[in-house]
Design a protein around this ligand. Structure first.
Ligand code: PLP
Length: 388
Protein backbone atom coordinates (compact mmCIF):
# COMPACT_ATOMS: atom_id res chain seq x y z
CA UNK A 1 0.00 0.00 0.00
CA UNK A 2 1.10 3.55 -0.64
CA UNK A 3 2.50 4.62 2.79
CA UNK A 4 0.53 7.88 2.58
CA UNK A 5 -2.80 6.17 1.91
CA UNK A 6 -5.31 6.13 4.75
CA UNK A 7 -6.60 2.71 5.83
CA UNK A 8 -10.22 1.67 6.37
CA UNK A 9 -9.40 1.18 10.06
CA UNK A 10 -8.38 4.83 10.51
CA UNK A 11 -10.94 7.14 12.11
CA UNK A 12 -13.17 9.08 9.67
CA UNK A 13 -11.60 12.30 11.03
CA UNK A 14 -8.15 11.04 9.98
CA UNK A 15 -9.33 9.86 6.58
CA UNK A 16 -11.17 13.13 5.90
CA UNK A 17 -8.19 15.27 7.00
CA UNK A 18 -6.02 13.48 4.43
CA UNK A 19 -8.73 13.28 1.75
CA UNK A 20 -8.35 9.47 1.89
CA UNK A 21 -4.60 9.88 1.43
CA UNK A 22 -4.75 10.82 -2.24
CA UNK A 23 -1.32 11.76 -3.61
CA UNK A 24 -0.97 13.25 -7.09
CA UNK A 25 1.10 10.67 -9.02
CA UNK A 26 3.25 12.97 -11.23
CA UNK A 27 4.52 15.51 -8.67
CA UNK A 28 3.65 13.64 -5.44
CA UNK A 29 1.66 16.71 -4.39
CA UNK A 30 -0.40 16.21 -1.22
CA UNK A 31 -3.29 18.14 -2.75
CA UNK A 32 -4.99 16.73 -5.84
CA UNK A 33 -5.17 19.04 -8.85
CA UNK A 34 -8.42 20.47 -10.21
CA UNK A 35 -9.36 18.47 -13.29
CA UNK A 36 -11.05 20.72 -15.83
CA UNK A 37 -11.08 18.54 -19.00
CA UNK A 38 -14.49 18.10 -20.59
CA UNK A 39 -13.48 15.17 -22.81
CA UNK A 40 -11.12 12.20 -22.71
CA UNK A 41 -9.19 10.09 -25.25
CA UNK A 42 -10.88 6.94 -26.50
CA UNK A 43 -8.59 3.86 -26.68
CA UNK A 44 -7.46 2.51 -30.07
CA UNK A 45 -9.71 -0.52 -29.53
CA UNK A 46 -12.68 1.88 -29.19
CA UNK A 47 -12.98 1.44 -25.40
CA UNK A 48 -12.64 3.98 -22.59
CA UNK A 49 -10.42 2.00 -20.23
CA UNK A 50 -9.86 5.07 -17.99
CA UNK A 51 -13.56 5.12 -17.09
CA UNK A 52 -13.72 8.79 -18.14
CA UNK A 53 -15.70 9.61 -21.27
CA UNK A 54 -17.23 13.08 -21.06
CA UNK A 55 -17.09 15.89 -18.52
CA UNK A 56 -20.76 15.99 -17.60
CA UNK A 57 -20.86 12.64 -15.82
CA UNK A 58 -17.08 12.13 -15.45
CA UNK A 59 -14.77 14.39 -13.47
CA UNK A 60 -11.92 13.20 -11.25
CA UNK A 61 -12.12 16.17 -8.84
CA UNK A 62 -15.84 15.56 -8.33
CA UNK A 63 -15.27 11.83 -7.85
CA UNK A 64 -12.55 12.46 -5.25
CA UNK A 65 -14.92 14.64 -3.18
CA UNK A 66 -17.68 12.04 -3.59
CA UNK A 67 -15.35 9.35 -2.22
CA UNK A 68 -14.68 11.39 0.93
CA UNK A 69 -18.40 12.01 1.51
CA UNK A 70 -19.23 8.31 0.92
CA UNK A 71 -16.59 7.44 3.53
CA UNK A 72 -18.00 9.96 6.03
CA UNK A 73 -21.52 8.55 5.60
CA UNK A 74 -20.29 4.92 5.43
CA UNK A 75 -22.42 4.55 2.30
CA UNK A 76 -22.26 1.26 0.35
CA UNK A 77 -23.59 2.74 -2.92
CA UNK A 78 -21.41 5.86 -2.73
CA UNK A 79 -22.16 9.56 -3.08
CA UNK A 80 -23.18 11.79 -5.98
CA UNK A 81 -22.53 15.53 -6.05
CA UNK A 82 -24.94 17.99 -7.66
CA UNK A 83 -24.92 21.69 -8.54
CA UNK A 84 -26.95 22.57 -5.42
CA UNK A 85 -28.85 20.96 -2.55
CA UNK A 86 -32.09 21.62 -4.40
CA UNK A 87 -30.75 19.89 -7.53
CA UNK A 88 -29.88 16.84 -5.42
CA UNK A 89 -33.33 16.73 -3.82
CA UNK A 90 -35.07 17.24 -7.16
CA UNK A 91 -33.08 14.32 -8.63
CA UNK A 92 -34.28 12.06 -5.80
CA UNK A 93 -37.93 12.92 -6.58
CA UNK A 94 -37.40 12.86 -10.35
CA UNK A 95 -36.34 9.20 -10.06
CA UNK A 96 -39.89 8.33 -8.92
CA UNK A 97 -42.71 7.32 -11.25
CA UNK A 98 -46.05 8.78 -12.28
CA UNK A 99 -48.66 7.49 -9.79
CA UNK A 100 -46.28 7.28 -6.81
CA UNK A 101 -47.17 8.83 -3.46
CA UNK A 102 -44.71 10.77 -1.28
CA UNK A 103 -44.76 11.81 2.38
CA UNK A 104 -42.82 14.92 3.42
CA UNK A 105 -42.52 16.76 6.74
CA UNK A 106 -44.49 19.83 7.79
CA UNK A 107 -41.25 21.31 9.17
CA UNK A 108 -38.63 21.34 6.43
CA UNK A 109 -36.52 23.58 4.18
CA UNK A 110 -39.18 25.94 2.81
CA UNK A 111 -38.06 26.03 -0.86
CA UNK A 112 -38.16 22.25 -1.14
CA UNK A 113 -41.58 22.16 0.52
CA UNK A 114 -42.75 24.70 -2.07
CA UNK A 115 -41.25 22.67 -4.93
CA UNK A 116 -42.87 19.44 -3.70
CA UNK A 117 -46.29 21.05 -3.31
CA UNK A 118 -46.25 22.75 -6.72
CA UNK A 119 -44.16 20.49 -8.98
CA UNK A 120 -44.85 16.91 -7.87
CA UNK A 121 -48.59 17.01 -8.73
CA UNK A 122 -47.67 18.19 -12.26
CA UNK A 123 -45.67 14.95 -12.61
CA UNK A 124 -48.56 12.79 -11.45
CA UNK A 125 -46.99 12.22 -8.03
CA UNK A 126 -49.12 12.95 -4.96
CA UNK A 127 -47.63 14.38 -1.78
CA UNK A 128 -48.89 14.68 1.79
CA UNK A 129 -47.20 16.70 4.50
CA UNK A 130 -47.17 15.12 7.95
CA UNK A 131 -45.58 15.83 11.35
CA UNK A 132 -42.75 13.28 11.24
CA UNK A 133 -42.19 13.45 15.00
CA UNK A 134 -45.71 11.98 15.44
CA UNK A 135 -45.38 8.29 14.56
CA UNK A 136 -49.17 7.73 14.76
CA UNK A 137 -49.67 10.49 12.19
CA UNK A 138 -47.05 8.89 9.92
CA UNK A 139 -48.70 5.48 10.29
CA UNK A 140 -52.06 7.03 9.38
CA UNK A 141 -50.69 8.90 6.35
CA UNK A 142 -48.55 6.18 4.77
CA UNK A 143 -50.24 4.16 2.02
CA UNK A 144 -48.71 0.65 1.77
CA UNK A 145 -48.07 -0.26 -1.84
CA UNK A 146 -48.57 3.33 -3.05
CA UNK A 147 -46.24 5.44 -0.90
CA UNK A 148 -42.86 5.12 -2.58
CA UNK A 149 -40.72 7.63 -0.71
CA UNK A 150 -40.85 9.20 2.75
CA UNK A 151 -38.67 12.32 3.06
CA UNK A 152 -37.59 13.61 6.43
CA UNK A 153 -35.32 16.41 7.61
CA UNK A 154 -33.71 16.18 11.04
CA UNK A 155 -33.05 18.51 12.77
CA UNK A 156 -35.80 20.24 10.73
CA UNK A 157 -35.55 23.84 9.61
CA UNK A 158 -36.20 26.27 11.36
CA UNK A 159 -37.76 24.78 14.52
CA UNK A 160 -35.09 22.05 14.76
CA UNK A 161 -37.71 19.34 15.09
CA UNK A 162 -36.13 15.94 15.68
CA UNK A 163 -37.37 12.90 13.74
CA UNK A 164 -36.54 9.39 14.96
CA UNK A 165 -34.76 7.95 11.90
CA UNK A 166 -34.69 4.32 13.14
CA UNK A 167 -38.39 4.31 14.10
CA UNK A 168 -39.36 5.92 10.78
CA UNK A 169 -37.24 3.41 8.84
CA UNK A 170 -39.20 0.55 10.40
CA UNK A 171 -42.60 2.07 9.56
CA UNK A 172 -41.54 3.06 6.06
CA UNK A 173 -39.98 -0.29 5.18
CA UNK A 174 -43.00 -2.20 6.50
CA UNK A 175 -45.11 -0.21 4.03
CA UNK A 176 -42.71 -1.13 1.20
CA UNK A 177 -41.43 2.44 0.80
CA UNK A 178 -38.01 4.09 0.95
CA UNK A 179 -36.74 6.54 3.57
CA UNK A 180 -34.73 9.61 2.52
CA UNK A 181 -33.13 11.91 5.09
CA UNK A 182 -32.12 15.54 4.54
CA UNK A 183 -29.17 15.43 6.94
CA UNK A 184 -27.79 18.86 6.03
CA UNK A 185 -27.91 20.26 9.56
CA UNK A 186 -26.68 17.13 11.37
CA UNK A 187 -23.92 16.38 8.84
CA UNK A 188 -22.06 13.06 9.12
CA UNK A 189 -20.22 14.52 12.12
CA UNK A 190 -23.35 14.09 14.24
CA UNK A 191 -25.49 11.48 12.44
CA UNK A 192 -25.06 8.72 9.87
CA UNK A 193 -28.64 8.04 8.72
CA UNK A 194 -27.78 4.90 6.70
CA UNK A 195 -26.58 3.15 9.86
CA UNK A 196 -30.02 3.95 11.36
CA UNK A 197 -31.91 2.42 8.42
CA UNK A 198 -32.22 5.24 5.86
CA UNK A 199 -32.10 4.34 2.17
CA UNK A 200 -30.96 7.73 0.91
CA UNK A 201 -29.24 10.73 2.49
CA UNK A 202 -29.32 14.24 1.06
CA UNK A 203 -27.05 17.16 1.90
CA UNK A 204 -27.11 20.80 0.97
CA UNK A 205 -23.30 20.64 0.83
CA UNK A 206 -23.49 24.43 0.58
CA UNK A 207 -23.83 24.38 4.38
CA UNK A 208 -21.64 22.75 7.03
CA UNK A 209 -20.07 20.10 4.76
CA UNK A 210 -18.29 22.90 2.88
CA UNK A 211 -18.46 25.27 5.82
CA UNK A 212 -17.09 28.46 4.25
CA UNK A 213 -20.10 30.05 2.51
CA UNK A 214 -18.29 29.96 -0.82
CA UNK A 215 -19.77 26.95 -2.65
CA UNK A 216 -23.31 26.02 -3.69
CA UNK A 217 -23.44 22.21 -3.88
CA UNK A 218 -25.65 19.25 -3.10
CA UNK A 219 -25.21 15.54 -2.53
CA UNK A 220 -27.12 12.29 -2.47
CA UNK A 221 -25.68 9.30 -0.64
CA UNK A 222 -27.03 5.79 -1.25
CA UNK A 223 -27.46 2.76 0.99
CA UNK A 224 -27.78 0.33 -1.93
CA UNK A 225 -26.81 0.26 -5.58
CA UNK A 226 -30.32 -0.74 -6.65
CA UNK A 227 -32.76 0.31 -9.38
CA UNK A 228 -33.69 3.53 -7.55
CA UNK A 229 -30.02 4.54 -7.15
CA UNK A 230 -29.38 3.81 -10.83
CA UNK A 231 -32.38 6.02 -11.73
CA UNK A 232 -30.85 8.81 -9.63
CA UNK A 233 -27.49 8.40 -11.42
CA UNK A 234 -29.36 8.67 -14.73
CA UNK A 235 -31.18 11.81 -13.52
CA UNK A 236 -27.87 13.53 -12.87
CA UNK A 237 -26.09 12.24 -15.97
CA UNK A 238 -28.91 13.01 -18.41
CA UNK A 239 -30.41 15.96 -16.55
CA UNK A 240 -26.96 17.52 -16.21
CA UNK A 241 -27.31 18.83 -12.64
CA UNK A 242 -23.59 18.34 -12.03
CA UNK A 243 -21.13 20.10 -9.75
CA UNK A 244 -18.24 21.97 -11.37
CA UNK A 245 -14.64 20.93 -10.60
CA UNK A 246 -13.70 24.19 -8.82
CA UNK A 247 -16.67 23.80 -6.49
CA UNK A 248 -15.78 20.15 -5.89
CA UNK A 249 -12.22 21.19 -5.02
CA UNK A 250 -13.46 23.78 -2.51
CA UNK A 251 -15.93 21.29 -1.06
CA UNK A 252 -13.12 18.76 -0.61
CA UNK A 253 -11.09 21.40 1.21
CA UNK A 254 -14.05 22.13 3.45
CA UNK A 255 -14.73 18.47 4.28
CA UNK A 256 -11.13 17.99 5.42
CA UNK A 257 -11.83 20.23 8.43
CA UNK A 258 -15.44 19.16 9.06
CA UNK A 259 -14.65 17.44 12.37
CA UNK A 260 -12.90 20.48 13.85
CA UNK A 261 -15.46 23.02 12.66
CA UNK A 262 -18.55 21.01 13.55
CA UNK A 263 -17.22 20.17 17.03
CA UNK A 264 -16.45 23.83 17.82
CA UNK A 265 -19.74 25.06 16.38
CA UNK A 266 -21.81 22.50 18.32
CA UNK A 267 -19.99 23.37 21.56
CA UNK A 268 -20.70 27.09 21.12
CA UNK A 269 -24.31 26.47 20.05
CA UNK A 270 -24.97 24.37 23.16
CA UNK A 271 -23.50 26.99 25.45
CA UNK A 272 -25.34 29.85 23.71
CA UNK A 273 -28.63 27.92 23.86
CA UNK A 274 -28.22 27.38 27.62
CA UNK A 275 -27.39 31.05 28.27
CA UNK A 276 -30.11 32.43 26.00
CA UNK A 277 -32.73 30.12 27.56
CA UNK A 278 -32.60 32.23 30.74
CA UNK A 279 -32.36 35.62 28.97
CA UNK A 280 -35.18 37.96 30.04
CA UNK A 281 -35.95 39.08 26.45
CA UNK A 282 -36.30 35.54 25.03
CA UNK A 283 -39.49 33.51 25.42
CA UNK A 284 -38.11 30.23 24.03
CA UNK A 285 -34.91 28.72 22.70
CA UNK A 286 -35.32 25.92 20.16
CA UNK A 287 -32.26 23.65 20.25
CA UNK A 288 -32.22 19.83 20.45
CA UNK A 289 -29.39 19.96 22.98
CA UNK A 290 -31.67 21.49 25.62
CA UNK A 291 -33.45 18.97 27.90
CA UNK A 292 -36.75 20.87 27.43
CA UNK A 293 -36.65 20.36 23.63
CA UNK A 294 -39.35 17.78 22.73
CA UNK A 295 -36.87 15.81 20.59
CA UNK A 296 -34.01 15.87 23.11
CA UNK A 297 -34.17 12.17 24.11
CA UNK A 298 -34.20 11.02 20.46
CA UNK A 299 -31.47 13.50 19.54
CA UNK A 300 -29.28 12.07 22.33
CA UNK A 301 -29.65 8.65 20.70
CA UNK A 302 -29.17 9.55 17.05
CA UNK A 303 -26.76 12.51 17.23
CA UNK A 304 -23.18 11.98 18.37
CA UNK A 305 -20.78 14.58 19.72
CA UNK A 306 -23.37 17.28 20.34
CA UNK A 307 -26.47 18.65 18.66
CA UNK A 308 -25.35 20.81 15.76
CA UNK A 309 -24.73 24.48 15.10
CA UNK A 310 -28.32 25.65 14.50
CA UNK A 311 -30.74 27.12 17.02
CA UNK A 312 -33.67 29.50 16.98
CA UNK A 313 -34.82 32.02 19.54
CA UNK A 314 -38.27 33.47 20.03
CA UNK A 315 -38.08 37.11 21.07
CA UNK A 316 -40.34 38.74 23.65
CA UNK A 317 -42.21 41.56 21.89
CA UNK A 318 -42.98 39.66 18.69
CA UNK A 319 -41.97 40.33 15.08
CA UNK A 320 -40.92 43.97 15.53
CA UNK A 321 -38.63 43.14 18.45
CA UNK A 322 -37.14 40.19 16.56
CA UNK A 323 -36.35 42.30 13.49
CA UNK A 324 -34.97 45.11 15.69
CA UNK A 325 -32.68 42.58 17.40
CA UNK A 326 -31.30 41.32 14.08
CA UNK A 327 -30.79 44.95 13.01
CA UNK A 328 -28.80 45.74 16.15
CA UNK A 329 -26.15 43.00 15.91
CA UNK A 330 -22.56 43.90 15.12
CA UNK A 331 -20.83 40.52 14.80
CA UNK A 332 -23.72 38.28 13.75
CA UNK A 333 -24.23 38.82 10.02
CA UNK A 334 -27.83 39.41 8.95
CA UNK A 335 -27.99 36.82 6.17
CA UNK A 336 -29.70 33.63 5.11
CA UNK A 337 -27.95 30.22 4.87
CA UNK A 338 -26.17 28.27 7.59
CA UNK A 339 -23.21 26.11 8.56
CA UNK A 340 -20.39 28.53 7.71
CA UNK A 341 -17.55 29.58 10.00
CA UNK A 342 -19.13 33.05 10.37
CA UNK A 343 -22.26 33.34 12.53
CA UNK A 344 -25.51 34.35 10.84
CA UNK A 345 -28.79 35.70 12.18
CA UNK A 346 -32.03 35.72 10.23
CA UNK A 347 -35.65 36.74 10.76
CA UNK A 348 -36.78 33.51 9.19
CA UNK A 349 -40.47 34.28 8.56
CA UNK A 350 -39.37 37.12 6.24
CA UNK A 351 -37.84 34.63 3.78
CA UNK A 352 -40.17 31.62 4.05
CA UNK A 353 -43.16 31.40 1.74
CA UNK A 354 -46.82 30.99 2.57
CA UNK A 355 -47.74 28.00 4.73
CA UNK A 356 -44.60 28.28 6.81
CA UNK A 357 -44.80 26.91 10.35
CA UNK A 358 -42.22 29.56 11.36
CA UNK A 359 -43.51 32.01 14.02
CA UNK A 360 -42.95 35.69 13.26
CA UNK A 361 -41.04 36.30 16.52
CA UNK A 362 -38.36 33.74 15.56
CA UNK A 363 -34.72 34.48 14.79
CA UNK A 364 -32.65 31.68 13.31
CA UNK A 365 -29.03 31.53 14.46
CA UNK A 366 -26.25 29.73 12.62
CA UNK A 367 -23.32 29.49 15.02
CA UNK A 368 -19.84 29.84 13.52
CA UNK A 369 -16.37 29.49 15.01
CA UNK A 370 -15.95 32.96 16.52
CA UNK A 371 -15.25 33.18 20.25
CA UNK A 372 -18.40 32.21 22.09
CA UNK A 373 -18.15 35.13 24.55
CA UNK A 374 -18.10 37.62 21.65
CA UNK A 375 -21.15 35.96 20.11
CA UNK A 376 -23.09 36.04 23.37
CA UNK A 377 -22.10 39.64 24.17
CA UNK A 378 -23.21 40.84 20.74
CA UNK A 379 -26.58 39.07 20.95
CA UNK A 380 -27.09 40.30 24.51
CA UNK A 381 -26.50 43.95 23.56
CA UNK A 382 -28.75 43.62 20.46
CA UNK A 383 -31.59 42.06 22.49
CA UNK A 384 -31.31 44.75 25.17
CA UNK A 385 -31.24 47.56 22.58
CA UNK A 386 -34.28 46.11 20.80
CA UNK A 387 -36.13 46.09 24.11
CA UNK A 388 -35.25 49.72 24.83
N1 PLP B 1 -31.96 21.43 2.73
C1 PLP B 1 -31.74 22.26 3.76
C2 PLP B 1 -31.96 21.78 5.16
C3 PLP B 1 -31.30 23.58 3.52
O1 PLP B 1 -31.07 24.41 4.56
C4 PLP B 1 -31.11 24.01 2.18
C5 PLP B 1 -30.70 25.40 1.87
O2 PLP B 1 -30.79 26.29 2.71
C6 PLP B 1 -31.36 23.11 1.14
C7 PLP B 1 -31.78 21.83 1.45
C8 PLP B 1 -31.15 23.52 -0.29
O3 PLP B 1 -29.78 23.62 -0.57
P1 PLP B 1 -29.18 24.60 -1.70
O4 PLP B 1 -29.40 26.01 -1.22
O5 PLP B 1 -27.74 24.21 -1.81
O6 PLP B 1 -29.93 24.33 -2.95
Amino acid sequence: MNPTQSADSDHPQTRAAQALGAIEPITRAVIAPIHVATTFIRDADNQYSSGFVYGRPDNATVRAAEAVLAMLENAPAGALLFGSGMAAAVAAFSALDHGDHVLAPTVMYWALRHWLATELPRRGITVDFVAMDDLDAVNAAIQPGKTRLVWIETPGNPLWTITDIAALAEIVHQAGALLAVDSTVASPFHTQPIALGADLVMHAATKILNGHSDVVAGALVGARDDQYWQRIIAQRKLGGAILGPFEAFLLMRGMRTLFLRAAAQARSAQSLAERLAVHPTISAVLYPGLPQHPGHAIARRQMQRGFGSMLSIRVVGGEAAAIATASATRLWHRATSLGGVESLIEHRASIEGSGTPCPTDLLRLSVGIEHEEDLFADLDQALRRAHG
